[in-house]
Ligand binder design. Structure first.
Ligand code: FES
Length: 253
């Protein structure tokens, strides 16, 4: 049976959506697999939307905005790039990064819209159904996507994405300037840490667990799990109530 992918598209009102409209009224042909959600600007697309789309069964997610420099709100699409880069880094950890795409299409580029969507649909077809979709999705993958969705929405990740330009272009309160390489290092380790911490929190929703249980279940080094637990406890997100022998059992707060 041929695979008919489900693709979700978030299109900015002022350019890409108008480009899609032009493709439609000009009767340009492109695959009908995309379902469109209109947003006012690509900068409005919260990373959570992308993780949730994959979690509810989309085989691919397309984001379309105005060309850089043409955003109706001046810098919204620059924000979109930063958020998209973060989403890609998260999704790379579970090999789903090639199922999302960001493109710029202007209101006059109906033909370009049709060709971009045709190309993306063919690409998703070549990948086959998403392991997170269908009638029998990979449950562990769904938990991982949920952990990413929550990690991307954490204050830490939002602050890093929102302030990247300020952090690397201006000095901090100590008169220090952070280079792009240093920022990327901080950013990459924050992604891994927040992702692992949210995986721990999701696991603790099911039952209380020891450090060793979590390390085995999530395939994370026990010493790293311990570090995460110290941080999560200091944030008031986990605690331990009971002991089995001398082993503390952690639960989510
Ligand atoms: S209005 Fe189109 S990307 Fe901002």
């Amino acid at each position: 049976m041929s695979f008919d992918p489900k693709i979700l598209g978030f299109l900015c009102n002022w350019c890409c959506y108008a480009g899609a409209d032009l493709a439609g009224v000009s009767r340009m042909q492109y695959p009908p697999n995309i379902r469109v959600i209109r947003v006012m600007c690509s900068g409005r697309i919260d990373p959570k939307f992308i993780f949730e789309s994959l979690r509810v069964g989309a085989d691919g997610v397309f984001i379309g905005g105005c060309h850089l420099g043409d955003c109706h709100y001046l810098e919204g699409n620059y924000e979109a790039v930063k958020k998209f880069e973060m989403v890609q880094k998260f999704l790379k950890l579970i090999n789903l990064d090639n199922r999302v795409k960001l493109e710029w299409v202007s209101a006059s580029e109906g033909a370009r819209y049709a060709s971009v969507i045709t190309e993306f649909t063919e690409h998703i077809k070549s990948l086959g159904p998403s392991p997170a979709g269908g009638d029998n999705p990979d449950k562990e993958l769904l938990d991982k996507l949920r952990a990413m969705e929550e990690a991307a929405g954490s204050d830490r990740m939002r602050a890093l994405v929102g302030r990247e330009r300020k952090i690397i272009e201006q000095e901090n309160v100590y008169g220090e300037q952070v280079s792009l390489e240093e920022f990327n290092e901080i950013f990459d380790s924050a992604i891994i840490e927040e992702y692992e911490r949210h995986r721990i929190l999701i696991s603790l929703e099911k039952d209380s667990r020891s450090i060793k249980d979590l390390a085995t279940e999530l395939e994370i080094d026990p010493s790293v799990v311990l570090e995460h637990m110290v941080k999560l406890k200091s944030r008031g997100q986990v605690d331990f109530g009971e002991f089995i022998g001398i082993t503390p059992m952690f639960h989510k707060m």
